[in-house]
Design a protein around this ligand. Structure first.
Ligand code: AMP
Length: 309
């Protein structure tokens, strides 16, 4: 059960109605790796950071089983920087700043030791880079999952479409599904996105849960109603990390197992939002994850008997 993760590693500055951070560690690959490390001990990271990125954090990822041979450190350059402000509902946000820095000319290197990987998670970053990663693999992995965001739909639509055509599962939020498909109905959006290539579509709806589409089948997973939502940044990536981490651990890519994987992804995301940035994820224990998954089971389980006639 090996998993290749590519995505941004970043500094984020976040404003929520409850507080504000200076530059803290973020990035799609960061959240994905931290989440997936709870399920898989062979994670192969492909990313780029500047000399400003804290080396102890990289060492910490390594202690969690993340291999960093494919992590490029450009000592004289700056890491990707993103800043966002959340609205009062904590579900929607505005991007204030996107400074690509080292991501601007990122040429992903796939070390020989990464070849033969079974699962691939293409975290949010330029679709050209996501595509290069697929093309540079000697063999087609068992499953390729891709995440993206509205930013790339705005600035690189053609490349994005090409990359989407190459993946098995696409994960996006509801607003992005509408933008990508031009359809308001998420069911129609899913049908349209299937014509673009992917066989599975996950639509994330923030505090309103997530939908998994495959052919005519649909599965819904709620988000856990939480007393405290502090910072939703990275929730989507953490969800993706939990989802693919569970699939890689169980090595079962059936629709039924994807339903379970969605619950694990949702459980992981529920931790992410409890503190700023990666704070909650770095301290997480397996017992806490199990307890949280049980809360999901309790949340949606009910007995019902339909009376006929
Ligand atoms: P999420 O909240 O799951 O959508 O992910 C937020 C993370 O994505 C932040 O930590 C950002 O650093 C990162 N991010 C934001 N914009 C981009 C972008 N255009 N490309 C890659 N990563 C990004």
């Amino acid at each position: 059960m090996s998993l290749l993760v590519v995505g941004s590693m970043a500094f984020d500055a976040i404003e929520t109605p409850f507080g504000k951070t200076d530059k803290i560690i973020g990035g799609a690959a960061t959240f994905i790796s931290l989440a997936a490390a709870n399920f898989v001990n062979d994670i192969r990271l492909v990313a780029v950071v500047g000399g400003d990125f804290p080396k102890p954090f990289v060492r910490n990822l390594e202690t969690k089983g993340v291999q960093t041979e494919g992590l490029q450190i450009k000592e004289d350059e700056k890491s990707f920087f993103w800043s966002g402000r959340y609205h009062m509902d904590m579900n929607t946000r505005d991007t204030l700043v996107t400074e690509l820095n080292v991501l601007g000319d990122f040429d992903p290197i796939i070390p020989d030791s990464y070849q033969g990987v079974e699962f691939v998670m293409l975290g949010n970053l330029s679709p050209q880079v996501q595509q290069q990663v697929i093309e540079r693999l000697d063999e087609r992995p068992r499953l390729i999952v891709m995440d993206t965001m509205n930013f790339w739909m705005d600035v690189a639509r053609e490349e994005l479409d090409k990359t989407i055509a190459m993946v098995d599962v696409l994960t996006i939020n509801d607003e992005e599904a509408r933008q990508l498909s031009g359809e308001y109905s998420l069911v129609k959006a899913a049908k349209k996105i299937f014509t673009m290539g992917p066989k599975y579509l996950i639509i994330k709806k923030g505090e309103h849960g997530a939908l998994l589409f495959h052919g005519d089948q649909v599965f819904f997973a709620p988000a856990l109603p939480l007393e405290v939502v502090f910072d939703p940044t990275g929730a989507g990536d953490t969800f993706a990390g939990g989802f693919i981490g569970y699939l890689a651990q169980t090595r079962d890519i059936s629709f039924d197992n994807m339903k379970r994987a969605i619950i694990f992804g949702s459980a992981m995301a529920s931790f992410c939002v409890e503190k700023f940035g990666t704070e909650r994820l770095v301290e997480l224990t397996k017992a806490e994850i199990e307890e949280r998954v049980q809360q999901f089971i309790d949340l949606v389980q009910f007995d019902i008997s339909l009376v006929e006639g």
